[in-house]
Design a binder for this molecule. Structure first.
Ligand code: HPA
Length: 274
């Protein structure tokens, strides 16, 4: 086994020593979207710092932990807090937990984030079902020697987000009366927000949303053969000609409202996985 595979195995075995269930779903909770973790029943919480080979937390990513348990009848492993590239982690560090969740047995990865909305039809706290993405981070977690036991050298990206799961998300959101869109997500490194010219450029290239996460994790998930379902919450409206300075407390308040919507939507989707 190569170095990365050994580390993945050691981290997975440690988690199994605390929680012996095989998870079906992995869930990454984005900024301000942690509320869902409280709904997980029979939960075992494992701080990231205790897990072998997990990246060390920076100040920004403090309260990080895995919440393992049952949600809507499905065994699930949720990441309360993620590792962001802008914090200084490498792409391999950012995506290490996805590898570990795959090793633990997940089949589906649900990713969530807070994002800027550039489509003029979007409103604050809207739920977006990510249908495709544009990687503008200038880096890639799959760069370097490929371990063929983890996935192929050249993973296909013609359908990174699972069509069946997207359809299930759409119909469920409609039924629950949750305002939602299907969106193209563009990923930048941050940590700064974009200039007006950058928002204009991103919109012009076909993106509805912009954020600082998710794409690395999705690339690794696809590489690992996982089905992916992605959600963004629109936390700020990024229309270049009507741009206002963003304030973090405002973003977090909007994320909380959107998070409440996801907290209703995601369990209902899990219930219907069959
Ligand atoms: N840009 C980049 N990332 C973001 C934004 C944004 O406007 N809002 C939330 N995350």
């Amino acid at each position: 086994m190569q170095g990365l595979a050994v580390k993945i195995q050691e981290a997975a075995e440690f988690i199994q020593s605390r929680w012996a269930t095989k998870p079906r779903v992995g869930l990454i909770l984005g900024t301000g979207l942690g509320g869902l973790a409280a709904q997980i029943g029979q939960s075992v919480k494992i701080p990231y710092g205790e897990i072998p080979h997990m990246p060390e937390s920076t100040v920004e990513s403090h309260a990080g932990q895995l919440v393992c348990g049952i949600l809507a009848g499905q065994p699930i492993i949720a990441m309360e807090g993620r590792f962001h590239y802008y914090e200084g982690y490498t792409m391999q560090q950012v995506t290490f937990p996805v590898r570990v969740m795959k090793a633990l047995g997940i089949e589906i990865l649900v990713v969530t984030n807070a994002a800027g909305g550039m489509n003029h039809q979007y409103q604050l706290a809207d739920v977006c079902i990510i249908e495709d993405h544009i990687n503008l981070m200038g880096d890639n977690p799959l760069r370097g020697k490929n371990d063929d036991t983890l996935g192929p050298r050249f993973p296909d990206m013609c359908q990174p987000y699972d069509a069946g799961l997207m359809e299930l998300a759409r119909t469920t959101a409609l039924e629950l009366g949750i305002p939602h869109h299907q969106a193209v997500f563009s990923a930048v490194t941050g940590p700064n927000l974009e200039t007006r010219a950058e928002y204009r450029f991103l919109r012009g290239m076909g993106a509805d949303l912009v954020g600082m996460s998710t794409v690395p994790e999705v690339l690794v998930a696809v590489h690992a053969g996982l089905k992916v379902l992605g959600f963004s919450i629109v936390t700020d409206i990024c229309l270049p000609d009507a741009l206002e300075p963003v304030e973090l407390p405002k973003i977090l308040a909007v994320a909380a409202k959107g998070g409440e919507r996801l907290s209703r939507l995601i369990p209902k989707i899990l219930e219907r996985l069959g």
